[in-house]
Design a binder for this molecule. Structure first.
Ligand SMILES: Nc1nc2c(ncn2[C@@H]2O[C@H](COP(=O)(O)OP(=O)(O)OP(=O)(O)O)[C@@H](O)[C@H]2O)c(=O)[nH]1
Length: 211
């Protein structure tokens, strides 16, 4: 399939401060901010959601990614449902140094079951902040959970960039391979923003394909 002109919608979800915005910033703009402010819902604002567009070449296909970054704070959770609409890929993020963000994954998956109507949406579990020394969730625990719930899995560090490019690449590859996921409605979503940066090279080898 030729992916030129195709817009793929991805959404980042997960508890507050796990690094969703940082992963997006690292991937789309190649930068990292050590004291990034939480994504919030401002009066008259966009509902605790930010998004960036990035063009990417995957398996010879040019794909425009529209990546939506949601607020993880509990008080904004009820604002998220509409943002699942038309999503082809979901990136579920936890922090490997905070066990509570890992044990909270089930509640995010339950939410997905309720609001994400497409059964074939590709889901990827991302264990972020691997650069930090105080790890509370081992890689094998993440892998085991992902296998059980049929999720792709990768560990990343938005700080060092480790795994970040690879995570998005593998997710998009899987989306391109999934029948009926990229239907014609994908082109009609009206996302017409400028791409934010060029493709970068990945050095990560931690990706675990599950099928
Ligand atoms: N050391 C380290 N710090 C990180 C990493 N990713 C994010 N951070 C830091 O963790 C904090 C929270 O990151 P955010 O990207 O704002 O987290 P978020 O998940 O978008 O948070 P919400 O907007 O509240 O949902 C920030 O201070 C980041 O700089 C990482 O891979 N390594």
């Amino acid at each position: 399939m030729d992916g030129a002109g195709i817009t793929v919608k991805l959404i980042l979800i997960g508890d507050s401060a796990v690094g969703k915005s940082s992963l997006l910033l690292r991937f789309a703009e190649g930068s990292f901010e050590p004291s990034l402010k939480p994504t919030i819902c401002e009066p008259g604002g966009d509902g605790g959601v930010d998004f960036k567009v990035k063009k990417m070449v995957v398996d010879g296909h040019t794909v425009q990614l529209a990546i939506w970054d949601t607020a993880g704070q509990e008080r904004f959770r009820t604002l998220n449902p509409s943002y699942y609409r038309g999503t082809q890929g979901i990136v579920l993020v936890y922090d490997v140094t905070r066990k509570d963000t890992f044990t909270g994954l089930d509640s995010w998956l339950n939410e997905l079951e309720i609001y994400n109507t497409k059964s074939n949406t590709v889901k990827m579990l991302v264990g972020n902040k691997t650069d930090k020394p105080d790890r509370e969730v081992e890689r094998r625990e993440g892998l085991q959970f992902a296998k059980k719930r049929s999720l792709l899995f990768i560990e990343t560090s938005a700080k060092t960039e480790d795994g970040v490019q690879h995570a998005f690449e593998e997710l998009v590859i899987k989306i391109l391979q999934t029948p009926n996921l990229l239907d014609k409605s994908t082109k009609k979503q009206g996302v017409q923003l400028k791409e934010s940066s060029q493709q970068e090279k990945s050095t990560c080898t931690a990706y675990c394909p599950l099928s």
